[in-house]
Design a protein around this ligand. Structure first.
Ligand code: FES
Length: 190
């Protein structure tokens, strides 16, 4: 649990909420420092990633906070957050499984992997299991077509050649890591 920092003002002098920790703002500042002073917006994707790592998902308030931090219009940051599938615009489960459904993976039975996960977890794409452990999503090509079919766990860990045996082992491994997740926590993934 992070402690929000006090309110501050944006470039227009308006009072704004600061919802992230000082550590998160410091990380964002390091990303911003990689670009010329008038190009702070170039750090928007890295900043959203930092915010999501801390908050779990990008609420409209967090999007606005990132926008204020970068001196950008909130709608511009919202457009980035809703364009890329790695950003969660609604709460997700402990583990987000993003199955690649593009053609090369589909030709190597990616559709079968997705259907198997839907049957096994009892959810469709864009949904979260009732115990709050897994969210299932469709994703675009992950640049690993030679390993098809593939999926991503929480946007960072790639699983290759996902047949049913591998998927069973993955689900078992991940479930073991989430013993404290509360049941009755079903939410939709935006
Ligand atoms: S189509 Fe799935 S990784 Fe490229």
């Amino acid at each position: 649990m992070t402690t929000p920092t006090p309110a501050s003002s944006n470039d227009n002098g308006e009072l704004t909420s600061r919802l992230l920790s000082e550590a998160a703002y410091a990380k964002i500042a390091r990303e911003v420092a990689k670009y010329p002073p008038d190009q702070k917006q170039a750090a928007v994707m890295a900043s959203l990633t930092i915010a999501q790592q801390e908050k779990g998902w990008m609420s409209p308030e967090v999007v606005e906070d990132v926008a204020n931090t970068l001196g950008m219009p909130p709608i511009a940051v919202h457009e980035v957050a809703t364009f890329y599938t790695m950003y969660n615009t609604a709460p997700v489960g402990r583990f987000k499984l993003t199955v690649c459904t593009n053609l090369p993976c589909a030709l190597r039975h990616g559709d079968r992997a997705g259907q198997y996960l839907q049957r096994t977890l009892g959810v469709g794409y864009g949904e979260t299991t009732t115990d709050g452990v897994f969210s299932l999503r469709e994703g675009e090509c992950m640049g690993a077509c030679a390993d098809a079919p593939v999926l991503l766990v929480n946007d960072t860990r790639m699983e290759s050649f996902c047949d049913e045996v591998k998927l069973d082992a993955l689900l078992e491994e991940l479930r073991a890591k989430a013993p404290g997740v509360n049941p009755g926590n079903r939410v939709d993934v935006a």
